[in-house]
Ligand binder design. Sequence first.
Ligand SMILES: Nc1ncnc2c1ncn2[C@@H]1O[C@H](COP(=O)(O)OP(=O)(O)OP(=O)(O)O)[C@@H](O)[C@H]1O
Ligand SMILES: [Mg+2]
Length: 248
Amino acid sequence: MKLAVSGKGGVGKTTIAAALVKSFARTHRLVCAIDGDPDACLAAAIGIPGAVAARLKPAAEMKELIRARSGGGPIYLLNPRVDDVVENHALRLGNIRFLRLGEVKKGNSECYCRENTFLRALVSALLLDQGEVVIMDMGAGIEHLTRGTAAGVDLMLVVVEPSLNSINTARHIRKMAEELGIKKTMSIGNKIRSERERKFIAESFQNGELLGFVGYDESIWESAMGEMDVKAGEKLQSEVEALKKKIL
Ligand SMILES: Nc1ncnc2c1ncn2[C@@H]1O[C@H](COP(=O)(O)OP(=O)(O)OP(=O)(O)O)[C@@H](O)[C@H]1O
Ligand SMILES: [Mg+2]
């Protein structure tokens, strides 16, 4: 199963993606956590130390590998071999594999196509046996959503908070996801502090468009100031656990 998590900037995509990664890692054989946000921070949220994550080269920057796999010359293969990239290049944390996609620089069009083709092949070829899950943290907004990164996504999760702006972004994303051929899109209402906020979000979506809610978690908010308290995020984690059951 391949899940992508998107939404407006700051709504909690990385927080929810990380909680899903941890939750699926407990019940599934292998979880591939992909940071598709050029402004990466999923690693820290799943417990990979910053110094370790910093040494991981984003897939888009694996120049030699991309050249070698896409044929080297001016004409490149549209189907580069990528099956070993996760095993050889991803960071390992128990049964979690972590990969950063990085940013395809648009300056040089020849490189741009080659790198994009590689990323698309990589994302669409990722595992997908029974018991394996891919969770991708997309960047804010919709500009990172391309045919490449959307390849084979089974469910697009769009995180919203109780604000009109984030709900409008969710509508754009839903439309774009449809155009990209993503099978299903569902929203998650995050940072809920009151019944009024819950109702506001519930009324903003049609039947079947809303997966559920995650409450505002003071301990998560405070942990953003520095060291995480061991109990931080326990409430959020258990709410995400319930969402996972619905996803399954
Ligand atoms: N349910 C929640 N309760 C309290 N704080 C939350 C909750 N969800 C997220 N946060 C906090 O909100 C901030 C933004 O969260 P996060 O980084 O996950 O958002 P994002 O959508 O990934 O942002 P970006 O668009 O920058 O990638 C963080 O400080 C995070 O700790
Ligand atoms: Mg983020």
